[in-house]
Design a protein around this ligand. Structure first.
Ligand SMILES: *Cc1c(COP(=O)(O)O)cnc(C)c1O
Length: 431
């Protein structure tokens, strides 16, 4: 019999990081809506700034409401420390620049969220960080792209938007062999569906905006340090030279062994978050905490509803192709059965016969699905990525990175699935 005192996922999601406040006895998590915190003395202030003691200084660096979220997500992911930021995008950018600097390279899967692709393909190069893209379905292509300038490997657990599931174990073996951290954007799987760190991730990034928040009401992101990467290899210059951004500290050398394990999270917080400033407002944090409390109730419903939609579309005469990792016959189905026993997520993508024009008409005609650029809402959503979220690269490049021009992206909500399917049915009949 399981030890009932070992907190389960559900208990962590609802309780972790917070107990009733001893002063006010408030059971709900308070929003600490303050920019700054008083110091007890000059010596206390000096200890906080010198990392000799952890405590609150200024909300750009950390806030007690945010800390509850950070503890909760760390425990849900099975990681050691998390840092919350203003968006998933900021979590990814700050992760990269915590580890890599001008002259360095990163190796990334090419099947990425549109904004991440643009960041890696067009913005980081202007800052001197070059991205080499690899094929997520071919771990050897990551190995082929690695050289002595590579500082990290980046993948999405389920790629956006074509929904190929990454073989995280195989790609993490390549990362380990070359002593590189594996960064996984696990937004599409959440800690509920996938044990990303157990499979070999060193850093997990989540857009809180999506299923963790779960209601399409706030933007936020979080990076979780698994605490399992050794930064002392001299190639990680930012962790081994005296850091001019932080009292000349050498993150991989000067910290206590305990803190060295979370050197990534500490440098992320004290260098880019502190000095570039993409902090998360505690008001949004409170919204995310409400969402996380029901993550384990919502995710099975998202996945169950998505599978029902996938099965419906698979047999429809107006549908030219369909992808859902949990659908028998899908190219990712075998891996999904192994890695995603609790469900393959809430996203379904497909092509409408008649190509791009039919796809656009289809989306415009839906009634219960909202036409918008988000995913992971309790409501069902629809989008045509080639003309919207992924329209940055030219069409040849979109196709090369695996985005078909006729692709319709559905984020399946938790409302009544028979109604949602009847909406799809009516609209498909009309296109
Ligand atoms: C939405 C999303 C992001 C970006 O997150 P924001 O919170 O919108 O900045 C990154 N990766 C994936 C997979 C996403 O779906």
């Amino acid at each position: 019999m399981a030890d009932k005192r070992t907190p389960s996922f559900e208990t962590i999601a609802v309780q972790s990081g917070h107990s009733p406040d001893p002063t006010t006895l408030s059971r709900g998590v308070p929003i600490y809506r303050t920019s700054s915190f008083t110091f007890k003395s000059a010596a206390h202030a000096a200890r906080l700034f010198g990392l000799k003691e952890f405590g609150n200084i200024y909300t750009r660096l950390g806030n007690p409401t945010n800390e509850i979220l950070e503890i909760r997500v760390s425990q849900l992911e099975g990681g050691a420390a998390s840092v919350s930021v203003a968006s998933g995008t900021a979590a990814i950018f700050n992760t990269v620049i915590t580890i890599a600097k001008a002259g360095d390279e990163i190796v990334s899967a090419s099947n990425l969220y549109g904004g991440t692709y643009t960041m890696f393909d067009a913005i980081l190069p202007d800052l001197g960080i070059t991205t080499r893209f690899a094929n997520v379905l071919d771990p050897a292509s990551f190995e082929a792209a690695i050289n002595d300038k590579t500082r990290l490997i980046f993948i999405e657990s389920i790629g956006n938007p074509v929904l190929d599931l990454a073989d995280i174990g195989a790609i993490s073996a390549v990362a380990r062999k070359h002593h590189l951290p594996l960064v996984v954007d696990a937004t599409f799987t959440t800690p509920y569906l996938l044990k990303t760190i157990e499979l070999g991730a060193n850093i997990v990034v989540n857009s809180l905006t999506k299923w963790l928040g779960g209601h399409g009401t706030a933007i936020g992101g979080i990076a979780t340090d698994a605490g399992n990467f050794d930064w002392s290899d001299p190639k990680f210059v930012l962790f081994n030279r005296p850091d001019p951004n932080y009292h000349g500290l050498r993150w991989a050398i000067d910290l206590s062994p305990e803190l060295r394990k979370i050197a990534f999270a500490l440098r992320f917080r004290t260098v880019p978050l502190r000095n570039l400033g993409a902090c998360l407002t505690p008001d949004n944090t409170w919204i995310f905490l409400q969402g996380i409390e029901s993550l384990h109730v919502r995710m099975p419903r998202h996945a169950e509803n998505a599978l029902a939609v996938a099965k419906f579309l698979k047999n429809h005469s107006k549908v030219s192709w369909i992808r859902y990792p949990g659908l028998e016959g899908d190219p990712s189905y075998g891996l999904a059965k192994k890695l995603l026993p609790k469900g393959a997520g809430g996203m379904v993508v497909f092509g409408v016969k008649g190509g791009r024009a039919a796809g656009e008409k289809f989306i415009e005609s839906l009634k219960l699905f909202s036409h918008l650029a988000n995913v992971g809402d309790a409501k069902s959503l629809a989008l045509h990525p080639a003309s919207t979220s992924h329209s940055q690269p030219p069409e040849e490049q979109q196709v090369a990175s695996g985005l078909p021009p006729d692709l319709v992206r559905l984020s399946i909500g938790i409302d009544n699935i028979e109604y949602s399917i009847s909406d799809l049915e009516l609209v498909l009949a009309a296109v």
